[in-house]
Design a protein around this ligand. Structure first.
Ligand code: ZN
Length: 320
């Protein structure tokens, strides 16, 4: 006679356990990204529903980065992995592709239609991976991140859609600011010389000729010939500034400055640009908007244009 009671008891327990599932499901989605630009994007879109870890921190070069054992453990434990793709994370490529067989891995930049990507002149089968340098192109990445989060966590759809919408609105504001301040740089001065070819999309978006000492990747060394050719360009076009990058050693850029000086032309280092990594965590420059605001403001000011010293939102470090 006690059996039915037992059954009812167990049913009640089962219902209670069932009721406790939603609380369990609200644990944040664990997302691991490769570069910090993606971490910032996932945070902006996912808000409190996600817990984001970036494998590559401040000043780390993704082209040459090799995963550590701790990285492998982190990506193995993640609910979703977000990489740039397009061969940016060259040494991580194999690990990520193998992982993609057993868990969701988003190669976010590869969602951009190929027709909108720039070619890699060195490797014909590759495209330029530095898509964050054009804010409008990055909007497509934001949408890809939104869709991947929804696929992994459908209950958060409304939150992810709102997060993406707000972030894209911020990106559009930044793009309008960039077009305005960069448009004040005299036409003849619109030449951007940097340590490696990270600024192709920037150049296309805002009408600048861009020249990197190293190519699209930092994997190969810059040749003496390339340095000499760029020195000639600086002298002939009377370019007043060249730029160092936060994730690339600056010795090559110094060689340009000295080469130009030896030929009687004064070039200054116009500032440090963020190319393949955000600035310090917790700072404005440690966000994608802050990083790009910094670059656009510094470039405009160093090449003879007008831009507020503290940038679009008045948040840039003074004197940067
Ligand atoms: Zn790069």
């Amino acid at each position: 006679m006690r059996r039915p009671q037992f059954t009812m008891f167990f049913c009640a327990v089962a219902v209670l356990i069932g009721l406790s599932w939603p609380a369990e499901a609200q644990k944040p989605l664990r997302v691991v990204t490769t570069v910090s630009m993606l971490a910032d994007t996932v945070r902006a879109v996912g808000g409190t529903r996600v817990e984001v870890t970036s494998l590559l921190g401040e000043g780390v070069d993704p082209h040459t980065y090799r995963p550590t054992r701790a990285d492998i453990a982190r990506i193995s434990a993640a609910d979703l992995v977000v990489a740039n793709g397009l061969h940016l994370e060259a040494q991580l490529d194999e690990t990520l592709k193998a992982l993609a067989r057993s868990k969701p891995v988003l190669f976010a930049a590869e969602k951009i239609p190929a027709a909108q990507l720039l070619a890699d002149e060195e490797y014909k089968d590759r495209k330029d991976p530095h898509v964050w340098m054009d804010p409008n192109l990055w909007s497509i990445v934001v949408e890809a991140v939104r869709d991947a989060l929804i696929a992994r966590d459908p209950a958060g759809r409304a939150a992810y859609e709102a997060g993406a919408k707000n972030y894209i609105a911020e990106i559009r504001r930044l793009d309008a600011y960039a077009a305005k301040v960069l448009g004040t740089v005299p036409q003849k001065a619109r030449v951007l010389v940097t340590a490696h070819d990270a600024f192709g999309y920037f150049g296309r978006a805002y009408g600048f000729e861009v020249e990197g000492i190293q190519g699209l990747s930092t994997e190969s060394e810059a040749g003496l010939k390339r340095i000499e050719a760029l020195v000639s360009l600086l002298v002939e076009k009377k370019i007043r500034a060249v730029f160092v990058e936060s994730s690339v050693p600056e010795r090559n850029v110094r060689a340009l400055v000295e080469g130009a000086r030896a030929r009687g032309h004064q070039v200054i280092v116009g500032g440090e640009l963020y190319s393949d990594a955000l600035g310090a965590p917790g700072t404005y420059e440690g966000t994608l908007i802050g990083m790009l605001d910094h670059n656009m403001t510094v470039i405009a000011r160093a090449l003879g244009g007008e831009a507020p010293e503290r940038g679009l939102n008045g948040k840039l470090k003074a004197g940067s």
